[in-house]
Ligand binder design. Structure first.
Ligand code: ADP
Ligand code: MG
Length: 393
């Protein structure tokens, strides 16, 4: 029997999901046990950790994520260095769980997005949507000896989708409710939410990026306080929101664009921060940070009001990602969304830190049995497709 046939026939698998998000705070590794697939899939988290990058690495990746400062030779090498780091993360999480590496059936790796250009662009008579996630999956497979699936976004883009978001497959499968209208909100570098009306079918699911989550906040805390992020939102809670600055941020054209849509550092990275700092000249640091923090929460709410509220009145928000630790964001979400309940996703038994890595374990498990896992109503794709590239060890 071939390796793939064996994998397809195995009902319960040990899978490692790997994710490195736009925050560039480290590699998330989740070891999970998955039984079944499709509508009957069950997933259990066995171990999770985030592994930091070596000093200077984040800056090198950022530099090579921007047009004009990235160089092809460095990007080609980063693609491989990342795969080494991802393979190390697999070995470490497996050791942490006291499981043998040889007992792992599958790896699902998101990789690191270094550029995301989801909007159609005409070139040489062709329509091009492009995205680049590095951390070569063939290399991960060879370094670990485990079948690895990577590059999940390309197939969806090839059929006209944005290649994002991919979380809704997981959200629909494991987080929908029979009695409550839910919003699942992930606050990474970018914020994205999945709308799950009670008792919904896959076609009724909506999801899109709502704007930055921690991207602007982190940039400001690095600049003002030489901290990687605002610990639990304490710095923002000391400041006061500057309404004119908030209005300027909300005037970004991204917020008017109709979903499906996705965004990234291309729109809310260094160039946006520079414009923001010029606008904010003379204001107190804490007030600028408080405004950027309110911007994150208010953008989520305003996108809900603009595109969702007419169809669905939310009962419950379930928040995941590092931003769930930011008390200023959570406080503001509670204020805007009242009387809806705002909780972290732990409320339904899922780890908010591990969720994104678990998604790619679940998607890999679907791909191996040839189940499509994009949701066309969400990505804008013309049809359902099987996602990812399968690399045999
Ligand atoms: N204790 C904390 N307090 C405030 N913010 C936090 C805390 N822990 C993490 N974060 C924020 O979460 C970000 C990382 O979130 P994560 O979900 O890993 O995002 P990504 O998917 O972009 O990597 C950090 O950059 C930081 O802004
Ligand atoms: Mg992260």
């Amino acid at each position: 029997m071939t390796k793939l046939t064996q994998l397809q026939r195995k009902h319960t698998k040990l899978v490692v999901g790997l994710m490195s998000g736009t925050s560039l705070d480290g590699i998330d590794a989740a070891l999970v046990r998955i039984s079944g697939s499709g509508a009957s899939a069950r997933i259990k988290l066995l171990a999770f950790d985030t592994y930091k990058f070596p000093k200077g690495f984040r800056e090198l990746v950022l530099k090579n994520s921007l047009p004009g400062s990235g160089t092809v030779d460095t990007i080609a090498r980063l693609n491989i260095i990342y795969a080494h780091f991802f393979a190390d993360a697999v070995k470490r999480i497996v050791r942490k769980a006291r499981v043998a590496l040889s007992s792992i059936d599958l790896i699902g790796s998101h990789g690191q997005t270094i550029h995301h250009l989801p909007n159609p662009h005409r070139m040489f008579g062709k329509t091009v949507r492009a995205t680049l996630q590095i951390s070569d999956p063939s290399t991960i497979a060879q370094l670990t000896g485990i079948t690895t699936i990577g590059d999940f976004r390309a197939a969806d883009m090839a059929v006209g989708g944005q290649g994002a978001p991919l979380a809704p497959y997981f959200d629909f499968a494991l987080c929908r409710s029979k009695s409550k209208n839910r919003i699942l909100l992930n606050l990474g570098g970018i914020a994205n939410f999945t709308i799950l009306p009670k008792n919904c079918s896959p076609r009724q699911v909506t999801a899109f990026d709502t704007g930055p989550a921690n991207m602007v906040i982190d940039a400001l805390t690095r600049k003002f306080y030489e901290k990687k992020f605002d610990p639990n939102g304490t710095l923002a809670l000391r400041g006061r929101v500057i309404p004119s600055l908030l209005n300027w941020m909300m005037s970004h054209p991204f917020f008017k664009r109709k979903p499906p849509k996705s965004t990234g550092r291309e729109e809310f990275g260094a160039a946006f921060i520079n414009r923001l700092l010029t606008r904010a000249k003379g204001a107190h640091k804490a007030d600028i940070l408080a405004t950027a923090t309110e911007f994150t929460a208010y953008a989520v709410y305003s996108q809900y009001k603009k595109f969702i509220a007419q169809r669905m009145k939310v009962d419950e928000l379930l928040v995941s990602g590092g931003g769930a630790y930011n008390r200023a964001i959570m406080k503001s979400l509670r204020k805007h969304f009242a009387p809806a309940a705002v909780n972290t996703i732990e409320h339904i038994g899922i780890s908010s830190d591990a969720k994104e890595a678990m998604i790619f374990a679940l998607l890999a498990n679907e791909t191996v049995v040839e189940n499509p896992s994009n949701i066309p109503s969400v990505t804008g794709a013309l049809k359902q497709v099987v996602l990812g590239k399968i690399c045999l060890a």
